[in-house]
Ligand binder design. Structure first.
Ligand code: HEC
Length: 699
C-alpha cells in the first residue's frame, strides 16, 4: 500500500498525500492500470494487468506454507446458475458478479457485504438467448466507477462506493439474440466491450464507450455487411473471403470474452468467435476463409482502426472460437527476445504470435486434433483435412476437439519464473452432421448442424465408451518448446481457470468441487479444499494489511454441464454458489453439505413409439441446450426425468405458457404447439422410465 501510493505519487508528480481508502479506489486511472502489476495487493483489472498473465507477485502463501491455508470467509449467493467471474480487489474492497449480472461489493478482509446491484434481467425473455448459462465474467474499474455488461446487452456504470447506477447504454439490438457475458476492459478512459450470440444468427462486433458518459466512440464489425452497403475498406477486403449471402444469416464472429492491451505498442487485441451458422455450406456456399471469424484482431484503442489479424481457423465450421484468453509476455524464442501473444483457442493448437506484427511464430496441438495436420510454419495456416469440412464433404465428421473446445473461456495463467502457461484442457470428440432441413428458427440455436444426430446413442455400452474417451486435464505448457511440461488428468471434462503466484503455486478449482494448489514446477498437488460444488471460475490473490488471500467464485455452470449432462456424471453438481476466501491459518467453516437424493418417480410410459420419436426430435431442437443431451442434466438446470408430479401435471403451463419464466424457463408457445409439448413430455417420461428400469436392474 505505502509503496504503491508513493510510487504512484512519483509517477503522477503529485504531492505525497495518503488518500483514504475510498479516494484510493476512486483513483484507478490510466497510470494505475498500466502499472497494475506493481500493486501486489490489488487485482485491478480482469487479467490482473493489461498483459492478462494472472500472475500474483504475492508469496506469503507458498510451497512451504500452503498446507496452513484455510477458509477465512465465505458468502452464499441466492442463485444456482453458473459463476464464472474474476473478482477485482481495489484497496481492500472486492467486486464480483454473480449469476444474472448481480454485482456485489465486499470488504475484502471481513467479507461484509457493502452493496449489491441487480440490473433485473427479464429472465424469461433473455433465457433462450443464452447459449451457455446466465453467467458473467467480471467488472472493470476506473475513476471511482465500475462497469458491467449484462445478458440483455446493456453496459452499465456503477458508483464503486455505493453501487448506484450512473449511466446505462444499450449496446445491442434486443430484437436479435445478442448477450454479454464478458468483462469490459478500460483503455485510456474508454470501455471496451463485445458480445455473444453466434449460435443464434447475429453479426459480431466490439465497441468503445466513453467511460464518463456512456457514449459510443467507435465500433468494429468482425464480419462484412452486404457488399452493396459495406463502406469500410477493411471489411470490403474481408468480404472477398466470403461467398453467398452471409449477411442475411448474421455471419457470427462475436467477441464474447478475451481482450488484452499493450500500452507500449498501443494495440488492443480482441479474440473473435465462430461462424453463424456453424455450417459453412449454408453460411458461405462452403467457400472462403470468412474473415474475421476465429481470428485475433489488433486495433488502435483510440479509434478502432484495424492494424493486423491472425486467423486461427480459416473457414471455420466447428465452433472453433478464438475468443479464448490471450496472454502477453516477452519470451526468448530461438535466442531472440520476442514480444508475444499466446492463446490456446478451442481448435486444439497452442499459438505463439508476434504481437507487434501478428506474425505466426509457432503452434502445436495441446490436445488430440484430427481436423488439421498441424500448422504450416511459413504461412501460419492449419493444414485442414478436406473431410473435416463436413458441410461440403457430404458426410458426418467425428472431430477432435469438440465445439466445447480443447480449451474454453477458463482463463490461463503465466508464471514468468517457470516460463509455463497453465490451463484446463479437454479431450472430447463431436460428430458434426450437416442439418439437411436447415431453416432459421427462433428461441433456439441455429447451427446448421443436427443436435439430434449428434445426441449420444441410447445404448449404455456406447455411452460408456464415449464417456471413457472424454477427459479433463490441467496442463502446464512450455510455450517456447511448444510442449507439455506436466499435466494432471481429471475425471470431469469441465474445470476451472487458473491463478499463478510468485509463491511457486498454481491454483485451480475443479469439476469435482475441489480448489487445489499445485507445485508450479512439478504439478504435485500440495493442498486442496472441498468447496461443496463444482468450480469453473478462476481464483485470484490479493493482500490487505500484510495478509495474503486467495479468492474464488465457487459454482457449477456453463456450456458443458448444460448441454452434455451424460458426460459430467463425476462432477459435484450440488451447485451451492458461494464466494470462498482463504488465508493462512483461516479457521472459518462451511455448513455441512446436505445432498438429498432426488426421487425418480415418473408417470408410466404410455405414449406410442412414434410420439416418443417426435418428442425426442423436438426436444433436441428446443430443450437439450439447457436441460441436456437426451434429457440428462449436467446439474445446472433441472433434470426433466426427475420432474415432480406437479411439473408433469402442469407441463403445458410451464413449457407453452411460461409458468416458470421468472426463473429463466421461457414460454415456448410461439414456437411449439401443445401437441409438440406433449410429445416432448412423452419422450421425457420414456427416458425417466428407462432410467428407473436401469436403476432397478442394478439393485
Ligand atoms: C434457456 C434455457 C432453457 C431451455 C432452452 C429450456 N428450459 Fe426448461 N427450464 C429452464 C430453467 C432455468 C428451469 C428452472 C425454472 C425454475 O427453477 O423455476 C426450467 C424448468 C423446466 C421445467 C420444470 C422442471 C421441474 O423439475 O419442475 C420443465 C418441465 C421444463 N423446464 C421443460 C422444458 C422443455 C420441454 C424445454 C424445451 C421445449 C425447455 N424446458 C427448454 C431453462 C430452460
Amino acid at each position: 500500500m505505502q509503496f504503491n501510493k508513493q510510487f504512484m505519487s512519483v509517477l503522477l508528480g503529485a504531492a505525497l498525500t495518503l488518500p483514504n481508502l475510498a479516494q484510493a479506489a476512486a483513483a484507478v486511472d490510466t497510470e494505475r492500470l498500466i502499472n497494475a502489476d506493481q500493486e501486489p495487493g490489488n487485482w485491478l483489472a480482469h487479467g490482473r494487468d493489461y498483459t492478462e498473465q494472472r500472475f500474483s507477485p504475492l508469496k506469503q502463501i507458498n510451497k512451504q506454507t500452503v498446507a496452513d491455508l484455510g477458509l477465512s470467509w465465505s458468502y452464499g449467493f441466492d442463485s444456482t446458475r453458473g459463476l464464472e467471474a474474476t473478482p477485482l480487489v481495489i484497496d481492500g474492497t472486492m467486486y464480483v458478479t454473480g449469476s444474472w449480472n448481480v454485482v456485489y461489493a465486499f470488504d475484502a478482509v471481513t467479507g461484509e457485504l457493502k452493496w449489491r446491484f441487480d440490473p433485473k434481467i427479464d429472465r424469461g425473455a433473455v433465457g433462450p438467448k443464452l447459449c451457455c448459462d446466465a453467467v458473467n465474467r467480471g467488472v472493470a474499474a476506473w475513476q471511482g466507477k465500475l462497469y458491467t455488461g449484462t445478458l440483455d446487452g446493456r453496459l452499465i456504470a456503477l458508483d464503486a462506493e455505493t453501487g448506484q447506477p450512473l449511466w446505462s447504454t444499450q449496446t445491442t439490438d434486443n430484437d436479435q439474440y445478442y448477450s454479454i457475458t464478458g468483462a469490459p476492459r478500460i483503455v485510456k478512459g474508454k470501455v471496451m466491450i463485445g458480445n455473444g450470440g453466434a449460435e443464434f444468427g447475429v453479426r459480431g462486433y466490439f465497441s468503445a464507450y466513453d467511460a464518463d458518459s456512456g457514449k459510443m466512440l467507435w465500433r468494429f464489425y468482425t464480419v462484412p455487411d452486404d457488399p452493396a452497403k459495406e463502406t469500410n475498406p477493411v471489411l470490403i477486403e474481408a468480404s472477398k473471403t466470403w461467398a453467398g449471402e452471409w449477411w442475411k444469416l448474421g455471419g457470427g464472429g462475436t467477441a464474447w470474452d478475451s481482450m488484452a492491451y499493450d500500452p507500449e505498442l498501443d494495440l488492443l487485441y480482441v479474440g473473435i468467435g465462430n461462424g453463424s451458422p456453424w455450417n459453412r455450406e449454408i453460411r458461405s456456399n462452403g467457400e472462403g476463409d470468412n474473415l474475421f471469424l476465429s481470428s485475433i484482431v489488433a486495433v488502435r484503442p483510440d479509434t478502432g482502426e484495424y492494424v493486423w489479424h491472425y486467423q486461427t481457423t480459416p473457414g471455420e465450421e466447428w465452433d472453433y472460437t478464438a475468443t479464448q484468453h490471450m496472454i502477453l509476455a516477452d519470451l526468448e524464442v530461438d535466442g531472440n527476445p520476442r514480444k508475444v501473444l499466446m492463446q490456446a483457442p478451442k481448435n486444439g493448437f497452442f499459438y505463439v504470435l508476434d504481437r507487434v506484427t501478428g506474425e505466426f511464430i509457432s503452434g502445436e496441438n495441446y490436445v488430440a486434433v484430427n481436423w488439421a495436420d498441424g500448422i504450416d510454419p511459413t504461412t501460419g495456416r492449419p493444414n485442414i483435412k478436406p473431410e473435416a469440412h463436413y458441410s461440403s464433404a457430404g458426410k458426418p465428421f467425428l472431430a477432435q476437439p469438440s465445439p466445447f473446445g480443447g480449451h474454453n473461456w477458463q482463463p490461463m495463467s503465466f508464471n514468468p519464473n517457470t516460463g509455463l502457461v497453465y490451463f484446463p484442457t479437454r479431450e472430447m470428440a463431436f460428430p458434426y452432421i450437416a442439418d439437411e432441413q436447415y431453416q432459421v428458427k427462433s428461441m433456439t440455436v441455429n447451427l446448421g448442424v443436427s443436435l439430434l444426430g449428434a445426441s449420444l446413442p441410447e445404448d449404455p455400452a456406447v455411452r460408456k465408451a464415449v464417456k471413457a474417451a472424454t477427459k479433463g486435464r490441467l496442463v502446464a505448457w512450455d510455450p517456447v518448446a511448444q510442449k507439455e511440461a506436466w499435466g494432471v488428468d481429471m475425471p470431469v471434462p469441465w474445470n476451472g481457470g487458473t491463478l499463478s503466484t510468485a509463491g511457486g503455486l498454481v491454483f485451480q478449482g475443479n469439476g469435482q468441487g475441489r480448489l487445489v494448489a499445485y507445485d508450479a514446477a512439478s504439478g504435485e498437488p500440495l493442498w486442496s479444499y472441498h468447496g461443496q460444488t463444482g468450480m469453473v471460475a478462476p481464483p485470484i490473490s490479493y493482500s490487505v494489511n500484510g495478509e495474503q488471500y486467495i479468492a474464488i467464485m465457487a459454482g457449477w455452470g456453463g456450456a458443458v454441464p448444460l448441454v452434455v449432462g451424460p458426460l459430467v456424471s463425476e462432477a459435484l453438481t450440488t451447485n451451492t454458489n458461494r464466494l470462498l476466501v482463504f488465508k493462512l491459518g483461516g479457521k472459518a467453516t462451511l455448513p455441512e453439505l446436505k445432498v438429498t437424493a432426488k426421487a425418480l418417480n415418473p408417470p408410466s410410459a404410455t405414449a406410442t413409439a412414434e410420439t416418443v420419436a417426435e418428442g425426442k426430435a423436438v426436444y433436441h431442437i428446443y430443450c437439450s441446450s439447457c436441460h441436456g443431451d437426451s434429457a440428462v442434466s449436467g446439474g445446472v438446470l433441472p433434470d426433466l426425468r426427475y420432474a415432480s408430479q406437479h411439473s408433469f401435471d402442469y407441463w403445458e403451463d410451464i413449457v407453452v405458457n411460461g409458468l416458470k419464466k421468472g426463473n429463466g424457463m421461457a414460454a415456448f408457445g410461439s414456437v411449439l404447439s401443445v401437441e409438440q409439448a406433449d410429445a416432448i413430455k412423452a419422450y421425457v417420461i420414456k427416458r425417466a422410465n428407462d432410467e428407473l428400469a436401469a436403476q432397478k436392474a442394478k439393485q
